[in-house]
Design a protein around this ligand. Sequence first.
Ligand SMILES: Cc1ncc(COP(=O)(O)O)c(C=O)c1O
Length: 443
Amino acid sequence: MTPPATQPTANNLDAFFMPFTANRQFKKNPRLLAKAKGVHYWTPEGRKVIDGTAGLWCVNAGHGREEIKAAIARQLEEMDYAPSFQMGHPKSFELAARHAALLPGDLNHAFYCNSGSEAVDSALKIALAYQRARGQGTRTRLIGRERGYHGVGFGGISVGGMSNNRKQWGVMLPGVDHLPHTHLPAKNAFSRGLPEHGVELADELERLVALHDASTIAAVIVEPCAGSTGYLPPPKGYLQRLRQICDKHGILLIFDEVITGFGRLGAAFAAEYFNVIPDLMTVAKGISNATVPMGGVFVRKHVYDGLMNGPENVVELFHGYTYSAHPLACAAASAVLDIYKDEGLFQRAADLSGYWEDGVHSLKGLPGVTDIRNLGMAAGIDMEGRKDAIGARGYDAFVKAFELGLMVRQSADTIAMSPPLIIEKNQIDEIIDIAGKAIKATA
Ligand SMILES: Cc1ncc(COP(=O)(O)O)c(C=O)c1O
């Protein structure tokens, strides 16, 4: 028998059906990452690449953290797995208490799952169950937003607003409507931080209430700062207004903080940054620094309490995953919280965000750059696309950046960047320099 190849070759890339990837194109010219430490990756050939995206917006504390590795190894030694259905293990309860202490307001209960997509579908189900439990079972409608990304479950794609993520899947969930997106380049291009214009777009929720009636609407879900469609910070006052309208009509507000949670904006959560407390919050990614898959739904006291009715021996929420609160994920997430606290990483992100903002906005004026947006430690750069080939320039810029030693994210002709929060100023300079070269090279 021939031993398995240690280095993937063009011949043996075939079996892996890659997610969100042009498989045939990739396999002809693969981009492989084999090693990671700090803010860098290395390719199998040993080429160093600076991580301009914290993996996929998730490695907030940087790669290869010894403390997390040790915590996972200890947990594996102690107990590999325990179910969370009608059983429990101490680390899940400890972690939930730690998250509750970190969360703003009375967001003080945590449900755990394994990804952002699961977190979103769980949050939508909790919202429906809550409305029913409080005698408002006619509230079944869910409201999302155009250009929103809420993962790939049927709930998430239904409330999501990216046509490529929707068009292949038929009718999806019924009874879903969408708010308009808040991207207004004609008025807000090259805004630094929160854009001035667009608060009135939150009033579209009043229009949807008038159309459907509040008694049919369970929840509204938005990303406080939309990530995957090119990083779209909300207009000033928008989230506050959305909160007011939800309160007025008894509609639950869900913040999808899968990207913004755990420090990206220079605060623990966007809810804290904006001082707007949602009823439910979804998280993933930075919760475990991406070491062990984990997601979660944080809920406010009234939502949890509202579900704790009926006889005590009855399961209040018929929902959960085999790997909900997996011991390894809990151990990792707890070690990550220590790092965030001990290194003051959320404050560090806040302190660095001005330098980051200056850096990304220095790319204004490069050929075909039509807008630059930033908030916290992330940014989106829009480039003029090629005629009849949406996304071609964005893809070329992404590939060029990788060749030059930088990993960025591409969404159509937008480049998004979100480095680990441990990034140093000279490394930000390097990211900006290479991104600029990639943009110029593809003009
Ligand atoms: C806002 C938001 N929600 C949900 C998800 C889905 O997370 P996952 O890929 O872990 O399922 C993502 C992923 O990028 C996201 O950005």
